[in-house]
Design a protein around this ligand. Structure first.
Ligand SMILES: NC(=O)c1ccc[n+]([C@@H]2O[C@H](COP(=O)([O-])OP(=O)(O)OC[C@H]3O[C@@H](n4cnc5c(N)ncnc54)[C@H](O)[C@@H]3O)[C@@H](O)[C@H]2O)c1
Length: 264
């Protein structure tokens, strides 16, 4: 028996990076997995890898900001696998640069994915989980959602909003007695393509992309994490091992939020 055997999981932004690692970890532990993304080629490749390894996975094209398309996506997951037990609201983007250089359009574009997309995940997945008799909803925040981050003010604001959206949705579910848990996950610096894709607001005067290996040197444990470290935390929150845990935040950051380390 795997840790999530018999469960059905849905992961947004599951084509690559942390989302793909979550999909692989959940599938390896027995869940049927549906992933959605904008990047169809990477999404199909991730699903092919899971199925080749003996898992059960499907890919669905989705823009998480598209409210009208959400019901069809959730219906497709339930039509394929019969129910929905686990949802990971993972899709996210980062816009890097001084806040005062950021256009309102960039600020809103980032919020559309990082907050609206997470809200829509909850809005459309929770009813399906209620039909299944309960479930676990995991929202991907960041250490940037716990403390201020120069050059990532809009990103930080969006991830801070995710943290309290998770707690508030956890209270609504607990109050409804629907057996659905909602928690947020806060990665530190993880080696994924997001660092190659960070966009710089016009006039920011900063260069993108950034190197996570370089950034990882400032992490107390001295290195960045691989996506599997985050997937292991998501797996725990998705599984019944965490059945009494709701409204909390799981920080996986190599010590970044705990303090700083002096090195010679
Ligand atoms: N990499 C890190 O260091 C780090 C740290 C903290 C938090 N996070 C968060 O983890 C999550 C995953 O990030 P990642 O590092 O794996 O990034 P990534 O860029 O490798 O993966 C993100 C995925 O989301 C998809 N996506 C983007 N916009 C979308 C949209 N509108 N609709 C559907 N899919 C969309 C992308 O195509 C991509 O496949 C994000 O929410 C990110 O903010 C990452």
């Amino acid at each position: 028996m795997g840790q999530v055997s018999g469960k059905v999981a849905f992961i947004t932004g599951g084509a690559a990076g942390i989302g793909a690692a979550c999909a692989k970890a959940l599938a390896a532990e027995g869940a049927a997995v549906a992933i959605s993304d904008l990047n169809d080629a990477a999404g199909e490749a991730t699903v092919a890898a899971i199925n080749a390894a003996g898992g059960r996975a499907i890919y669905l094209h989705q823009d998480v900001t598209d409210d009208a398309a959400w019901p069809g996506v959730v219906e497709a997951v339930v039509a394929k696998f019969g129910k929905l037990d686990i949802a990971v609201a993972n899709a996210g983007i980062a816009v890097f640069g001084p806040a005062l250089s950021m256009s309102l359009a960039d600020f809103r574009r980032q919020n559309a994915v990082n907050i609206d997309g997470v809200f829509l995940t909850a809005k459309y997945c929770i009813p399906a989980m209620r039909k299944a008799g309960g479930g676990s909803l995991i929202m991907m925040s960041s250490v940037a959602g716990l403390r201020g981050s120069a050059m990532l003010a809009g990103y930080s604001a969006s991830k801070g909003a995710v943290r309290l959206l998770a707690k508030s949705m956890a209270m609504e579910c607990a109050g409804a007695g629907d057996n659905i848990r909602v928690n947020s996950v806060h990665p530190g610096i993880i080696v994924t393509d997001i660092w190659q894709k960070v966009t710089t607001p016009a006039g920011g005067g900063l260069n993108a992309p950034m190197d996570p290996q370089q950034l990882g040197l400032a992490v107390p444990v001295g290195k960045p994490a691989e996506p599997v470290e985050i997937a292991n935390g998501v797996l725990f929150l998705a599984s019944d091992a965490s059945r009494y845990i709701t409204g909390t935040e799981l920080i996986i950051d190599g010590g970044m939020t705990a303090g700083s380390v002096r090195r010679a």
